[in-house]
Design a protein around this ligand. Sequence first.
Ligand code: NAD
Ligand code: TYD
Length: 355
Amino acid sequence: MILVTGGAGFIGANFVIDWLAATGEPVVNLDKLTYAGNLGNLAPLEGDARHVFVRGDIGDPALVPQLLATHRPRAVVNFAAESHVDRSIHGPAAFIETNVAATFRLLESVRGYCAALDGAARERFRFLQVSTDEVYGSLGPQDPAFSETTAYAPNSPYSASKAASDHLVRAWHHTYGLPALTTNCSNNYGPRQFPEKLIPLMIVNALAGKPLPVYGDGANVRDWLYVGDHCGAIRAVLERGRPGEVYNVGGGAEMRNIDVVKAICATLARLAPGRDYAAQIEFVRDRPGHDRRYAIDARKIGRELGWSPAETFATGLERTVRWYLDNAQWLASVQSGDYQRWIAQQYATSPAAAD
Ligand code: NAD
Ligand code: TYD
């Protein structure tokens, strides 16, 4: 079996669901259930004995060794993190606590477990750190895409904290021989993404008749990957990746934010007609330190592990919009009082045009 951390969040929940469908191998899922974690994300696994959910912190130095000793996983896949750039700007402390300090404690727990494994089990064991392309910083319009050898240059509290965790993972491999793998992936989208990130926020606001707040001039570029393709990449790295290596994962789908928002509006116009969604677009004050462009060079994972994305942005977006239209109850349940407070705080400022 494998231990997944952060498996009640967006990518982790998609990963656990896809993993059980693809491999059938049991999963212990350790998640703290922060505002971003939601057992509703795991509803398709209700009653499935192959999935064991444990509420807890990756930084708990008693719980994690006990879980490892009890379940004896052959791998740990670490999704657990604070993950939203805008929240990291308002409150960086939680990012340092989880992405740096708790990740350090997780590595120590896993190191102790791994050291006590017998030869064959230790040979087979893997620790996979799920990271982001944001650790590489920001690209100019003509710069080559991020490769595995691009120097780290994080610009936000979020990306700096993820860069720190990646460095710890690297050092635990280099110094202690922990068989660690790291994936640095571009922006994900798909079912179960919390509606604070660009794509689900725009879908939710569009359907509610609310403004679609585009930061700055809307020309910041991200490389979008459908979440199911990211899950497939992680399975490939876990099975065939070489310990100590880093694999960049991307969708080959660079888009300006304004074009993403217009594509969402066009998809909604087809699937839920009746409103001029694009008329709701508003340009608002920019995010401080907003990275201009991310782009991923995913040739290594293609060449070495044979992975490539199955979805295009058009097909992935269609699937995503349909999922949100079909899951109104999930959406209502995640838009709690806390969510309303976050939206009120983050979008309180007036549109840029009125500044
Ligand atoms: P998310 O915020 O939706 O989920 C994070 C999950 O981790 C939540 O379920 C939360 O409860 C849990 N968690 C937080 N702190 C914890 C702790 N101390 N102990 C145990 N569980 C804890 O995030 P996501 O978008 O699913 O991202 C998952 C991982 O992938 C993160 O490490 C993120 O940095 C990385 N990543 C995300 C993207 C993206 O576009 N979303 C892209 C590349 C990499
Ligand atoms: P986001 O989904 O927060 O991901 P990240 O910052 O990790 O790339 O944002 C994606 C892009 O969309 C980013 O350039 C910021 C922009 N954005 C907006 O323009 N408006 C919004 O309301 C949000 C949440 C993001």
